[in-house]
Ligand binder design. Structure first.
Ligand code: 5AD
Ligand code: SF4
Length: 496
């Protein structure tokens, strides 16, 4: 049952703050897979004439969770709206990865306070990774008591019941499980467009010392291969053109199976045979990236030549303090192996600068690794302390000004490499999945290459959702431009 709590109570009984020792003890208890999910009787018509709005923050995992919640709302008869004045329910699906992600959510809550005062019947909920943090929940209780509902990342399938409780109770409804739940298979999902996400696993057991994810998302749990394959086949039948397999650390897929031996490489080898033009995956961890996977990716076909391989730092010392469990040399060897097997591969990465104690020399090692690998894109961040993670206890003697300067220098280098990578494509013919009209000019179409680069070109609108070939005429830092060339247009179906 959800806990219905008054805002002046002590809520600590409902949460356990992220604890490294407790979390690391996890692992042995079995995770059950459920195939019998149903919207509870009595909730199937609950949303008739009502509207929902979900604001999503953070990563693709959150985007996909939002698709599940949209599916649940629609099975209850709700309709979608983007207008907060029309909405009967507003959910904030939150991200906890860095402090500024959390600040955005608190800012949004500040704006919604006035709306809630105007529309007292509005149900306002907070879900996602921030709801898994005790400090955040306490802050909402104390400073944002107008929130009606808080639920965690393991409680999404409970949305119908929680919503009902929120409607019929004046008090805040809170349901956050500090331990991960089971896998619930047949939840509805509302997907839009031509690209789809498919979860292959949940949680993370890597415990990098800066990262909150193993606490907010729980332990690694892999979906059964037959369930993943059935979902991908179904999406292929519906006409989706591109599928991205999701997991916090997809390379650990299958490690938790006790009855079968089936790895991420095996899964990719099976998915490769399904008739979908493009398969991507994110995000991978260098430690578990094995030779079998590289061999399978080298078979190409619908497996695109783009690998997002977060390195985080180029210094072995810092990697050790981050508990990444590989060295600079190991990462570079892996990259060399990948490049040998997949010659046109595009590598992208995530990097943190200003980790506690990072010296100028260690930062220079990051720059030199970036230059050596020639990443074509990187998501770069200043280290942000996360309560309850081991890195918060490390001495951080790097001034913020220095961290900002490092980030600036790193971004300049990445921009330069991105431009060089794009320039290599000048004059080449690339396969493009046409996504829609360009943001700034409706006469121009935009699409993505197999390596996920943005490309603009002129063409008829009925090419949207199809694969075409484009000759690259201009290469800029963030975008390519080109002309469609005569070649057979592949795939004609757009998912309804
Ligand atoms: N501070 C800064 N960046 C972080 N990331 C994860 N945790 C933190 C943190 N505490 C970055 C990592 C990760 C990406 C998703 O976010 O680079 O790969
Ligand atoms: Fe966080 Fe990724 Fe490390 Fe897991 S592998 S702890 S999600 S950075």
């Amino acid at each position: 049952m959800a806990n219905k709590v008054k805002s002046d109570k002590d809520y600590s009984q409902y949460f356990q703050p992220p604890s490294l020792t407790d979390a690391k003890k996890r692992g042995k208890e079995d995770i059950a897979v459920h195939y019998d999910f149903q919207i509870p009787e009595g909730m199937k018509e609950f949303g008739a004439d009502k509207y929902y709005l979900i604001r999503t923050f953070g990563c693709q995992m959150n985007e996909h969770d939002t698709e599940v919640m949209k599916g649940l709302f629609e099975q209850m008869g709700y309709q979608a709206t983007e207008d907060k004045f029309q909405a009967d329910v507003i959910l904030l699906n939150t991200c906890a990865i860095r402090e500024n992600a959390e600040d955005k959510v608190f800012g949004e809550l500040g704006h919604l306070k006035a709306l809630k005062a105007e529309k007292p019947n509005l149900v306002l909920g907070v879900c996602g990774c921030m709801s898994q943090e005790e400090a955040v929940v306490n802050r909402i209780m104390q400073k944002h008591a107008f929130v009606d509902l808080i639920f965690g990342t393991h409680n999404i399938h409970r949305l119908p019941e929680l919503l009902k409780d929120a409607y019929f109770n004046k008090e805040m409804v809170v349901e956050v499980w500090s331990k991960e739940g089971d896998i619930v298979e047949n939840l509805p999902k509302k997907r839009e467009g031509i690209r789809a996400w498919v979860n292959i696993m949940y949680g993370c057991d890597k415990f990098c010392t800066y990262c909150i994810v193993p606490y907010t998302r729980g332990k690694e749990r892999s979906r059964r291969p037959q369930d993943v394959l059935a979902e991908v086949r179904d999406l292929a039948r519906q006409g989706f053109q591109e599928i991205t397999l999701l997991g916090q650390n997809v390379n650990a897929y299958g490690k938790d199976f006790e009855d079968i031996s089936y790895s991420f490489g095996d899964l990719m080898d099976d998915i490769r045979k399904i008739d979908v033009p493009r398969i991507r995956f994110t995000t991978s961890h260098p430690r578990d990236f094995d030779d079998h996977l590289i061999e399978v990716l080298a078979k190409s076909g619908n497996l695109v030549e783009h690998i997002h391989l977060p390195v985080q730092s180029g210094s072995t010392e810092i990697l050790k303090k981050m508990s990444r469990k590989y060295t600079r040399e190991h990462y570079l060897e892996l990259v060399a192996k990948i490049k040998r097997a997949i010659p046109h591969v595009c590598l992208t990465t995530d990097i943190i600068v200003g980790f506690p104690g990072e010296t100028d020399e260690q930062f220079e090692e990051t720059l030199s690794l970036v230059r050596e690998v020639k990443f074509e894109l990187a998501f770069t961040f200043i280290y942000s302390p996360r309560e309850g993670t081991p890195a918060t206890d490390m001495e951080d003697n790097v001034p913020m000004e220095v961290k900002k300067q490092r980030l600036y220098r790193l971004n300049e280098l990445i921009n330069e490499l991105s431009k060089q990578g794009n320039e290599k494509l000048q004059g080449e013919i690339v396969e493009v999945l046409v996504e829609g009209e360009s943001k700034n000019n409706a006469e121009v179409l935009s699409g993505r290459t197999r390596t996920n680069k943005l490309i603009l070109f002129t063409g008829s609108k009925d090419l949207i959702g199809k694969l075409v070939y484009v000759k690259v005429t201009h290469a800029q830092t963030w975008v390519l431009k080109g002309d469609i060339v005569d070649a057979p247009v592949k795939n004609i179906s757009i998912p309804s």
